[in-house]
Design a protein around this ligand. Structure first.
Ligand code: NAI
Length: 338
């Protein structure tokens, strides 16, 4: 059975090479992202293995079907980049890795919070340049502050556990509130309005769906506490970036930590340091000293990479051996994750 990988980086190849040792697969790695223009690269494949910035829209699905591809294996949780209806029509099942390390993403969200709060990104450059002044580096105690958490799934619960350790009050919003969890964890479900109004730090952990797309726009930002810190490790399109930029310029938003960006596909995971940036919105974001952008790296820990490669290959083995596909995603599934 031949698996053709798209959008791979050296660390993917290393991790999959380790996990695939002894398995009867022929593997071919491409660096480019899969889309309808380069679908021919999948020629000869039984399975294509893709990541968050590959685009499997209806024309790409048709191309894959024409080439005889029989399985689309996502090596990530999210599947918003796959046209599931087209895949079902073509008879190509889609599998994914539903969870690889909620700890990794939650801990990255905390890293963004602490760096922004205590201005570590600025202090790092200052002291290297012999500037030991504290001017502009004033932070706040996390203890006693309120964190607003949107979505209370796997990642959010890890984050809440850590933030409770700081002594923070936690407000949460989720269309499927789990009151037993809330009582055990000592958190409170509130309306989005209350969450926006009362949170000192706001962190997004819900999936990208038609309901959540651009949930953080002018209206939401208008309801937020002045100086709020906004953290997004969820999905770029949860935030209307131009509204965020206005909020930062008006100092309504005190800081933003963004691991995802709505137009990230052109930049994230690539070294573009030799190029001229043609995305004015990203360039403006990067110009704020109270914004940290990381390149969708929340998942990027040894443990998560290991889980990703092992679960992806187990999904493919299940398919090859005709077993039930426990990690199959089907059209109509609510969760469209990054
Ligand atoms: P999960 O499926 O365990 O939890 C998602 C939660 O969001 C559920 O409780 C669900 O009820 C809730 N939700 C759904 N619609 C909502 C809405 N309209 N408003 C508020 N809450 C809503 O997902 P998990 O594993 O915790 O992941 C959360 C998100 O993190 C993913 O959707 C994904 O976008 C992102 N992610 C980011 C990664 C990174 O590297 N930065 C890696 C993995 C996931």
């Amino acid at each position: 059975m031949k698996i053709v990988f798209f959008g791979t980086q050296p660390y993917d190849r290393e991790s999959f090479a380790r996990a695939a040792a002894g398995l009867p697969f022929e593997i071919c790695y491409h660096r480019s992202h899969l889309n309808s223009n380069n679908v021919l690269l999948a020629k000869g494949a039984d399975v294509v293995c893709i990541f968050v910035n590959d685009t499997v829209d209806a024309p790409t699905v048709r191309g894959l079907a024409d080439l005889g591809v029989r399985l689309i294996a996502l090596r990530c949780a999210g599947f918003n980049n796959v046209d599931l209806v087209a895949a079902a029509r073509a008879g190509i099942p889609v599998v994914r890795v539903p969870a690889y390390s909620p700890h990794a993403v939650a801990e990255h969200a905390v890293a963004l919070m602490l760096s922004l709060n205590r201005k570590i990104h600025r202090a790092y450059w200052r002291t290297r340049d012999g500037n030991f002044s504290l001017h502009g580096l004033l932070g706040f105690d996390m203890y006693g502050k309120t964190a607003g958490i949107v979505g209370t799934g796997k990642i959010a619960r890890e984050l809440i556990r850590i933030l409770k350790g700081f002594g923070m009050e936690i407000l949460a919003n989720d269309p499927h509130p789990d009151e037993r969890y809330a009582a055990d964890a000592g958190i409170r479900y509130v309306s989005l309005e209350e969450l926006y109004r009362r949170s000192d730090i706001l962190s997004l952990h819900c999936p990208l769906t038609d309901k959540t797309r651009y949930m953080i726009g002018d209206v939401a930002i208008g309801q937020m506490k002045p100086g709020v810190m906004l953290i997004n490790t969820g999905r770029g399109q949860l935030i209307h970036t131009e509204a965020l930029i206005d909020g930062l310029k008006e100092q309504k938003i005190g800081a933003a930590g963004l691991d995802v960006y709505e137009e990230e596909a052109g930049y994230f995971y690539e070294d573009t340091s030799d190029c001229i940036m043609d995305d004015d919105v990203l360039a403006r974001l990067l110009s704020f000293n109270n914004v940290i952008v990381t390149s969708h790296q929340g998942f990027f820990t040894c443990e998560a990479l290991d889980n990703i490669s092992r679960t992806t290959l187990r999904n493919i083995v299940d398919f090859a051996e005709g077993r039930e596909l426990v990690n199959e995603v089907q059209a109509g599934t609510e969760n469209q994750r990054a």
